[in-house]
Design a protein around this ligand. Sequence first.
Ligand code: NAP
Length: 492
Amino acid sequence: MQVFRSLIAGKWVDSASGKGLPNINPANTDDVIGEAQLCTREEARKAVEAAFDAFKAWKQTPAPARGRILTLMSRLMEKHKEELAQMITREEGKVISEARGEVQRATNVVEFCAGETRRLNGETIPSELPSNWAYTIREPHGVVGIITPWNFPVAIPVWKIAPALAAGNTVVFKPASNTPATAVRIVELFKEAGVPDGVLNLVIGSGGEVGDEIVNHPAVRAVSFTGSTEIGLKMYGEIAKRGIPFQAEMGGKNPVVVLPDCDIDLAVEHTAAGAFGSTGQRCTASSRAVVVDTIADAFVERIVARAKAYRLGPGADETSEIGPSVDESQFNTVLKYVDIGREDGATLLCGGNRATGDGLENGFFVEPTVFDHVTPDMRIAREEIFGPVLGIMRVKDLDEAMAVANDTEYGLSSSIFSNDYNSITRFVNEIESGMTHINSPTTGGEAHIPFGGIKGSGIGPREQGSVALDFYSGMKVVYVDHTGRKRGGNLY
Ligand code: NAP
């Protein structure tokens, strides 16, 4: 059985904790992938110290030389694309086509960050004083803590680690405890690409112990987190006391607004893809369809038919369209929300059960589920479920649709289906979300385009695109005086 260890100061270490966590294929619980060794707080501390010791030399490495290592990493990821994708599917459960897409996106991010190392530019600024000028330079923070969730176990770590390294930081990376295999493999590839010892450290371990140590260690000078809003806000409170840069990408309750003038087949197909794709385990998943009354019956009839037509199965089977929930706990959460939806008075139209059938017996499969007549006060309209569950919220017009769509603590993604320019423009202006899509699903993004949310979905600068480097670097202003003379007058 494979054992997943942590990487500290360039060495794969056996943890002194003696604690292991089995890594299990969620599509088939008989398939035990291996066991993760869980680090202690003391080991996390050692990883931070290793990153601290490696910082000076890495900072002094010319940025384009750091970029060359990232270029090699992107080539290694291309080379190992299928292996990484199969690993994601086995460990996290998503279907293989989605896993391949995830690896490609991560590879694109690394490629983009390699290019960015050649333009970590500052500004030159003329001075008010004669023979004086000023310029700005970007500087890395030092040790950066990176804490990630399980749902994109390759893409999310990579889209944080690559810009952190490009900017000259050293990294302590803590992956989700239930996806250690992919975490180990991407760190191995970074090492093979030439990242020096201590520059990238991996600590596998529980959030409460290892994660907490990273967040609170004084040598950690910035933290980038992706995960639930609950944990992100808790972490924000702790980090605020230390006054260091913090970035959090958190949960979502993403609305799809469907207007009567839309192409209904397109709206149904894309809403279903957003709601049920990746088993609904995307922060950008469509969980609320806000549909104007006059088109609602037709939309509901079609989306239920679409939901029932999905082929569920192990992600490694090329014909499967929807895989399992990531683990038993997530599976139980989804079924619990089905009960809550019923109790709160929503109408269950399809799904809502453990999926059964050939090849599904040993996995955490939930039927694609559609509730109708969901109202804004219901918990299934307000809380992130993170499963293949869509709530239909009927409204009388665009005014009510906007009010309902924005009636949420979250603000990650959204979309509208309409062919009316004025309605679309109004939606874009009024929707409270960090990203929005017109006539396409709430999900998806590209390596060079900023990604992130507002309200309870995001804190701090966005990830990806050139702006990603803004989080991973600070600015130093340099004043240059060529006069060689003492100054008179007021200086402030
Ligand atoms: P989670 O429970 O919040 O965990 C995220 C990470 O934080 C894990 O590595 C976890 O470690 C760690 N952690 C937990 N408690 C901690 C603590 N007290 N101190 C430090 N670290 C701690 O989230 P998840 O269940 O893995 O992921 C699903 C969530 O991620 C959903 O809410 C989803 O919307 C969100 N998400 C957001 C985005 C986005 O870009 N907005 C993208 C993807 C996912 P353990 O695994 O050891 O518990």
